[in-house]
Ligand binder design. Structure first.
Ligand SMILES: Cc1cc2nc3c(=O)[nH]c(=O)nc-3n(C[C@H](O)[C@H](O)[C@H](O)COP(=O)(O)OP(=O)(O)OC[C@H]3O[C@@H](n4cnc5c(N)ncnc54)[C@H](O)[C@@H]3O)c2cc1C
Length: 371
């Protein structure tokens, strides 16, 4: 039976970022992935490295996200140097557009709260009214009330990111096993044997990064991982000349010229089908923001399932029953890719999660804690 220093289950953005981070530290790592039959958020997302709005009431989440966004600058360069793949990372700040005055007022309150809660890390933002925003983005529609702006936001191409994480992982000696659904798992402290794709793999460390699959796998190593699917629908338009001067949360133009328009939030279980009603809603909202979109053709529409904890925060934990088994799951796998590769992987390699991640422990779901 092949022995590794660590097994990582799940080859999406979270698993491949952690696996790359471990291999980068010299560990011998096997990355096992179920394949195309699984739900895979990493192949259907919007690609934002988004900081504003993260962690309202939870400053630890704001700090972790900010940290990742900062790490992303060098991380994108590192991936390019390692693999030759340019992940189209941009970090020039972003705006959250508010269509109504009511949205604008609510947004101002949220940003004030983030600022107050940020302590010495200082969360800086600006509220831009219609006229101020129009100077930055002449393409906005007359109904737009304004926007919040922060310099922290960015974006990347999530498919190039996934490709480059896999490629960097392999270059560092990692071994990737596609079509390897982990069903059976034998656990003892610092000793894990999994059966996948007809083979057995053993290691003293195990990282569960199987997205929605973590709920079932977690139970096998004594970890409660209560993630549920939340559907998001997105569509992409034909390529047009560069037109959007800023990055926004619901409409963004990719380097190739196509515009991504998103995204819904639907709690409909394991159903990733597209629906015309949501398409109409998204299109109508996008046209209110940017009337020029009325004349741009949609070329593709898809749905994908977010991996969502009940409170929307990541879950990072090491099993108490089976030390050496970790879980990493979140609903912002693009944004947090740099933190997962450069920080979370280090914690796993060192064998302990630090106090800065304590807020993301699954202990928050314990009944006693909730009471
Ligand atoms: C519509 C939408 C828009 C989004 N927009 C953004 C955004 O703009 N920015 C951002 O940061 N994030 C965004 N996200 C979230 C982001 O896509 C996810 O956080 C991220 O993809 C989660 O990655 P993951 O690796 O945890 O899960 P997944 O991508 O779901 O991957 C899990 C992997 O585990 C494998 N697996 C499952 N079970 C098993 C098993 N038993 N054995 C072996 N392998 C298994 C599957 O094959 C799969 O490849 C968005 C998500 C959606 C749906």
């Amino acid at each position: 039976m092949p022995r590794f220093d660590s097994l990582v289950i799940g080859g999406g953005l979270v698993g491949s970022a952690v696996a790359y981070g471990l291999a980068r530290r010299g560990l011998k790592v096997a990355l096992l992935d179920e394949g195309d039959v699984a739900y895979r958020a990493s192949r259907g997302n919007f690609g934002l490295v988004w900081v504003q709005s993260k962690g309202i009431g939870v400053p630890e989440y704001q700090r972790w996200t900010r940290q990742s966004s900062t790490l992303w600058d060098d991380f994108a360069i590192e991936l390019k140097n390692e693999t030759g793949v340019d992940v189209a990372h941009e970090h020039r700040g972003g705006v959250h557009i508010c269509i109504s005055e009511e949205d604008f007022a609510a947004r101002r309150r949220q940003m004030e709260q983030l600022h107050l809660e940020s302590g010495e890390t200082r969360f800086e933002y600006e509220m831009l009214d219609h006229a101020q925003l129009k100077k930055l983005m002449p393409e906005i529609g007359p109904e737009v009330a304004g926007a919040s702006y922060t310099p922290y936001d960015g974006a990347a191409n999530p498919l190039y990111l996934l490709r480059s994480l896999h490629s960097a992982f392999l270059k560092r000696g990692g071994q990737y096993f596609p079509n390897s659904r982990v069903g059976a798992l034998k656990a003892a402290p610092h000793d894990f044997t999994v059966t996948a794709g007809g083979a057995k793999f053993n290691a003293p460390k195990l990282v569960l990064a199987a997205g929605l699959g973590n709920k079932t796998l977690g139970a096998l190593v004594g970890l409660n991982v209560p993630v549920e699917p939340v559907k998001g629908q997105i569509f992409v338009t034909e390529r047009v000349k560069p037109i959007l001067s800023m990055l926004t949360i619901w409409v963004r133009q990719m380097a190739e010229g196509g515009l991504l328009i998103g995204e819904s939030r639907e709690e409909v279980g394991f159903n990733d089908a597209t629906t015309p009603d949501v398409q109409q809603f998204l299109a109508a909202r996008a046209i209110k923001m940017f009337p020029f979109l009325r004349d741009v053709r949609i070329v593709r529409h898809w749905g994908a399932l977010r991996v969502m904890a009940p409170d929307g925060l990541p879950i990072y934990e090491q099993s108490g029953h089976f030390p050496g088994a970790f879980v990493a799951t979140c609903h912002s796998g693009v944004t947090l890719a740099a933190a997962h590769a450069l920080r979370y992987a280090k914690f796993v390699a060192d064998g302990a999660l630090p106090p800065e991640l304590a807020r993301f422990s699954n202990k928050r779901f314990d009944v006693q804690n909730a009471a």
